[in-house]
Design a protein around this ligand. Structure first.
Ligand SMILES: Nc1ncnc2c1ncn2[C@@H]1O[C@H](COP(=O)(O)OP(=O)(O)OP(=O)(O)O)[C@@H](O)[C@H]1O
Ligand SMILES: [Mg+2]
Length: 284
């Protein structure tokens, strides 16, 4: 069974694809057979990190039922690193029929790799959260930009609402849980406990098993700000939150993409590669 990682977090441009491509690069370098999946089907760009301009196949062939998922996977120029690209997909993930998204989830789980990294697009829509939650290691990337923070908080809150609704019927929650409300998940658990609700045990077990990971992206000497953000997340969402580390900003990152090179294939002795390595250690 592959270990599945999914990157999410609301805002576009925070560095989800940069993280996915480079974490995949590092995993393959330490001997893990790794597959990258671009599920930002409406605005795909994971292929660009590998200089793939004219792919002979990709997710589009699976979605049009032309090929099996295995047949749509391409090698990258890195040993043990593979990609299921979406370059020729032209529709947002949310426009793909539900039954097809369901099939895609099932097929992903059956693939034989050590690691699979799913790169998701921006947004907080339900279909993104559905894919985010198939991961063993769901990770939210945020920057310290206030707009990014607002979106990543909204995304994480929706993820928790989704988890709660796996265990408790909506009608039981109405009145104290609405999307966009700022009820802490633990308050819902306490309330069910106080009401001696039959759903309490189920939700408690569900929460006990659930872990959501955070990483700060494109950081610039803002460790105090990051500390405060993480402490806010932990206070709000509780022990389910694990902070994995930071990926410092590096002005050369963009030039690597235009040269079609992966950042981690360049010099290793810089804070960005070290930060990525620290986060990847959580996965091993
Ligand atoms: N640590 C970093 N240092 C410097 N630049 C970075 C870093 N991380 C990402 N970038 C750059 O920021 C830009 C946006 O990154 P990326 O495409 O990974 O964001 P994203 O979260 O995937 O966005 P979207 O949701 O729109 O797909 C890219 O040009 C990328 O090279
Ligand atoms: Mg992206």
């Amino acid at each position: 069974m592959p270990k599945i990682i999914a990157t999410g977090g609301g805002k576009g441009g925070v560095g989800k694809s940069f993280f996915s491509a480079n974490a995949g690069g590092l995993l393959s370098m330490v001997g893990k057979r790794t597959l990258l999946i671009d599920l930002d089907t409406g605005g795909p760009n994971l292929h660009s990190f590998f200089g793939i301009t004219n792919p002979k196949t990709g997710l589009n062939d699976f979605l049009s039922q032309k090929s099996s998922i295995e047949e749509c996977i391409l090698e990258t120029k890195f040993e043990r690193l593979f990609i299921l690209n979406s370059k020729n997909c032209s529709t947002d993930l949310g426009n793909i029929p539900f039954s097809m998204r369901n099939l895609l989830q099932k097929e992903i789980k059956k693939l034989r790799y050590d690691y699979i990294i799913i790169d998701l697009g921006a947004g907080t829509n339900r279909y993104l959260i559905d894919f985010f939650l198939i991961a063993d290691f769901p990770i939210v990337l945020f920057t310290t930009d206030p707009l990014s923070l607002e979106n990543s908080f909204r995304f994480v809150h929706k993820v928790f609402i989704h988890k709660i609704m796996e265990s408790v019927p909506y009608k039981k929650l109405s009145g104290f849980l609405t999307e966009g409300s700022s009820v802490r998940p633990v308050e819902i658990l306490e309330r069910l406990f106080n009401e001696k609700s039959t759903y309490y045990e189920d939700l408690k077990t569900n929460f006990d098993k659930f872990k959501l990971y955070l990483a700060a992206s494109q950081t610039e000497n803002s460790s105090e700000a990051i500390k405060n953000i993480v402490s806010f997340y932990k206070k709000f969402f509780g022990e389910n939150i694990t902070f994995t580390g930071s990926v410092p900003f590096n002005a050369e990152a963009k030039s690597f993409i235009s040269q079609r090179k992966l950042f981690v294939s360049g010099p290793k002795n810089n804070a960005t590669v070290k930060g990525l390595m620290e986060i990847v250690k959580f996965l091993l």
